[in-house]
Design a protein around this ligand. Structure first.
Ligand SMILES: [Zn+2]
Length: 195
């Protein structure tokens, strides 16, 4: 993480076991910057960070959510409002930011959301959005810089070979079914020029 964090001077790291690491920063600027940049990836795995309060032992810290950047495609133009973006974000977790990105290209306009999502639940692939006289419209999600996740159960934090759902299927002699895939990732991170 040291190189990813631009080598903060004097930062120390301690492996406290169970995939937990304690980072001690030498100055507040580095500390604030690292925490402000939200979700970090290390070797495509999600790195969750939390400020540690003195009275809490690191092993007792609870990890419940992570911040993800989500693009929402397929939203009819008449529904492109901040409020609708909020509603879509709330269906995934807690909406932190809503942005409407106008694109005349192949993908069309989309919502760009920053959402705090529960880490122990499958990633959402889309939802039926009630659009007034248009009825229900399926809108679909793609995630920017998505860390490793399981294509079988859709959860962050493990891949198929470590999946309990996949193991239980195998034990019963059933074939693996991947309901998720690379298609959930945003491939082209560029943004339209006119957004
Ligand atoms: Zn899984």
């Amino acid at each position: 993480m040291r190189s990813i964090w631009k080598s903060p001077s004097g930062m120390r790291c301690k492996d406290i076991g169970n995939n937990l690491f304690l980072f001690v920063f030498n100055n507040k600027e580095d500390y604030d910057w690292v925490l402000r940049q939200e979700s970090w990836l290390f070797d495509k795995s999600l790195v969750l960070l939390q400020k540690l309060h003195e009275e809490v032992h690191p092993s007792k810290v609870e990890w419940k959510t992570c911040l993800l950047r989500v693009r929402v495609y397929g939203v009819p133009l008449v529904c492109m409002s901040y409020k609708v973006g909020q509603i879509i974000g709330q269906s995934m977790g807690v909406t932190e930011e809503v942005e409407w990105v106008k694109d005349r290209g192949n993908q069309g306009s989309y919502f760009h959301l920053r959402v705090l999502v529960p880490i122990n639940e499958p990633l959402r692939r889309g939802m039926n959005l009630a659009c007034g006289c248009l009825g229900k419209v399926w809108v679909y999600f793609k995630y920017e810089k998505l860390p490793n996740f399981c294509f079988v159960c859709g959860c962050l934090g493990h891949v198929e070979r470590d999946c309990l759902m996949e193991r239980s299927r195998r034990d019963k002699g059933d074939m693996a079914v991947c309901n998720y895939g690379q298609w959930l990732r945003v491939k082209d991170m560029s943004r339209p020029m006119n957004s």
